[in-house]
Design a protein around this ligand. Structure first.
Ligand SMILES: Nc1nc2c(ncn2[C@@H]2O[C@H](COP(=O)(O)OP(=O)(O)OP(=O)(O)O)[C@@H](O)[C@H]2O)c(=O)[nH]1
Ligand SMILES: [Mg+2]
Length: 446
C-alpha cells in the first residue's frame, strides 16, 4: 500500500468558489515542484502546513492558487500530501488533475482514507465515521458519526480488548507454572472480566437496537377511517399543502410519503387511504396499501374525528394495533369537545387550524426515540458494528456458561476468539474483502 503516488479532485465537480486537488505519496512534493512556484517558496526549505500563494503553470494554465504541504507521517494519509486550492471551475480542475496524473495515478474512491487506515492513522470504525459525517443529514446522524470518527467507540472496544489481553497474559503465566490455586484464581478473573464486557456489550447493543432509525428515519403511518383528517394532518406536520384535502370520503387513494426532521431526527410520514369496508376497486387497493404501511411502520398515528362517535369498525381496527406503537390523534378539536380513548396514548389536535401539532410531534419523539435510545451514549447505526458486537456477546455468554468445566488453555482459546471478533470493528482482524467494500463506498478524493 502507498507505493505509488495518487491524485484526485477532492471537491464536487461543477462551478464553485474553490476546488481542492490533492496528491498523496512519496513523489507528491517532487511533482508539485514541476508546476507550482511562489516567491516565498524554496522547495528545499519548505515549511509544512503553511499556505503558499503562487501559481500553477503548465500547458496554457497559469492559475493563481494556494498550495500546502503535509510531511509524512503528519498528514491525513500518513504519507507526504500536497493540496492545491484553485478557482472552482470544472474544466480547470479537470485540466490540472490531468496534468498531475501524467506523473502519478488517479486515486480510487476512498483511497486516501484507505491509506490512512493501512498506515495506522485511523481504525476501520473511525474511517466509517468519516463516511457517516459526509452522508449525515441530521444532527442525530452527525453525532453518531462523530462518536465513531473521534474514536469514542474505538476506545471502548480497545478497552475491552485490553482487559482480555491482560487475562490472557495471566493465563499464560498460570499455564507455565501450573499450581492449582493459580488456575482457580485465573478462571475467576476471566469470569469477572467476561461478565463485565458482556454487560457493557449488552448495553451498547440495547441502546443501538433502534440505532438504524437515526439513519433511515422513523417510519410513521397516518391512518384511520375516511374523512377524519389524515391528509390534513400530513400537511400540518409538513407545514405545506402536500396532499389533497376534501370533504369527500375516499379522497386519498394511494400512499403519500414525505420526510420531516424534528429534534434532529428524520421522520418518514406516510398518509394513507381511509380504511372502510365499502369502496371501489381502486380504493380497496389503497386500503390494502394502508394496512401494509401500518405493518411496516415504527409508529401509527390513528386519526379519529372528534365530531362523531368512534365507530365499531374503528374500534376493531384499533384492537389490531400494537398499543406501544400507536398514538390516537383526536382531530377537529376546533369543532367538538375533547375526549380520550382509555388505554391509548391520545392527543387532541386541529389539523386544519394547525393546533397542538407541536405536542403531537413531542409525543411522537418520546414514543419512538426518547424512550428507546439514550442519545448521550454510544448509538451504533452501522449494521456491521451491531452484528459484530452481537457475535462477541454470544461468544462471551457461551464461554461463561461452560467456564467451570474448561481447562485453562481452552479458556484462553475462547477469550482469543472474543478478542478477534472485536478486532473486526477496529479492522485488526477484518477480512480484506470487507475492508475493500467499506472503502469503495467512499467518494472520489476522500
Ligand atoms: N374543522 C376542521 N375540519 C377539518 C380538520 N381536519 C380536517 N378537516 C376537514 O375534514 C375533511 C377531510 O379532510 P382530509 O384531510 O381530506 O381527510 P382524510 O382523512 O385524508 O380523508 P380521506 O383521504 O378521504 O380518507 C376536509 O373537509 C377537511 O377540511 C380540522 O382539524 N378541523
Ligand atoms: Mg386523505
Amino acid at each position: 500500500m502507498g507505493e505509488k503516488t495518487i491524485c484526485a479532485i477532492s471537491t464536487p465537480l461543477g462551478n464553485s468558489a474553490i476546488s481542492i486537488i490533492r496528491m498523496s505519496g512519496k513523489d507528491s512534493l517532487k511533482i508539485a515542484e514541476k508546476y507550482f512556484s511562489s516567491k516565498s517558496l524554496n522547495y528545499k526549505k519548505i515549511e509544512e502546513r503553511k499556505m503558499y500563494l503562487g501559481a500553477f503553470k503548465a500547458e496554457g494554465i497559469s492559475e493563481k492558487c494556494l498550495f500546502v504541504y503535509f510531511r509524512a507521517p503528519y498528514s491525513y494519509t500518513g504519507e507526504d500530501v500536497v493540496e492545491f486550492q484553485i478557482h472552482g471551475g470544472e474544466y480547470l480542475a479537470k485540466k490540472i488533475l490531468e496534468i498531475l496524473a501524467k506523473n502519478c495515478s488517479l486515486a480510487l474512491p476512498g483511497e486516501f482514507t484507505k491509506r490512512a487506515f493501512f498506515n495506522g492513522k485511523i481504525s476501520l470504525d473511525e474511517a466509517e465515521g468519516v463516511i457517516d459525517i459526509i452522508n449525515a443529514e441530521t444532527q442525530a446522524e452527525l453525532s453518531s458519526a462523530y462518536n465513531l470518527s473521534s474514536g469514542k467507540f474505538n476506545r471502548e472496544i480497545s478497552a475491552f480488548q485490553k482487559s482480555l489481553t491482560e487475562v490472557l497474559a495471566k493465563i499464560e503465566v498460570a499455564l507455565d507454572y501450573p499450581e492449582h490455586d493459580e488456575e482457580l484464581i485465573t478462571t475467576k478473573e476471566a469470569q469477572k472480566v467476561l461478565l463485565e464486557i458482556g454487560d457493557k456489550l449488552e448495553q451498547i447493543i440495547e441502546n443501538s437496537s433502534s440505532g438504524q432509525k437515526l439513519k433511515s428515519g422513523v417510519n410513521i403511518a397516518i391512518c384511520g377511517s375516511p374523512n377524519v383528517g389524515k391528509s390534513s394532518l400530513l400537511n400540518a406536520l409538513l407545514g405545506r399543502e402536500r396532499a389533497i384535502v376534501s370533504s369527500v370520503a375516499g379522497t386519498t387513494r394511494d400512499t403519500i410519503s414525505e420526510t420531516i426532521v424534528h429534534n434532529g431526527i428524520k421522520f418518514n410520514l406516510t398518509d394513507t387511504a381511509g380504511i372502510r369496508s365499502e369502496g371501489d376497486e381502486i380504493e380497496k387497493i389503497g386500503i390494502e396499501r394502508a394496512k401494509k404501511e401500518i405493518e411496516n411502520s415504527d409508529l401509527t398515528l390513528f386519526v379519529v374525528d372528534l365530531t362523531r362517535e368512534t365507530t365499531e369498525e374503528e374500534k376493531a381496527l384499533l384492537k389490531e394495533l400494537d398499543k406501544e406503537k400507536t398514538i390516537v390523534v383526536l382531530n377537529k378539536k376546533d369543532l367538538a369537545a375533547e375526549r380520550k380513548l382509555s388505554g391509548y396514548t391520545c392527543v387532541s389536535i386541529s389539523a386544519k387550524r394547525e393546533e397542538n401539532i407541536s405536542n403531537l410531534l413531542n409525543l411522537i419523539y418520546e414514543k419512538t426515540i426518547a424512550n428507546k435510545i439514550d442519545l448521550s451514549k454510544i448509538v451504533l447505526t452501522n449494521m456491521r458494528h451491531i452484528t459484530i458486537l452481537k457475535e462477541a456477546k454470544k461468544l462471551v455468554d457461551k464461554t461463561l456458561q461452560t467456564l467451570d468445566s474448561m481447562s485453562l488453555d481452552v479458556v484462553a482459546f475462547e477469550i482469543k476468539r472474543v478478542w478477534n471478533e472485536l478486532g473486526k470493528i477496529t479492522g485488526e482482524t477484518e477480512t480484506e474483502e470487507i475492508i475493500d467494500e467499506i472503502f469503495s463506498k467512499f467518494c472520489l478524493g476522500k
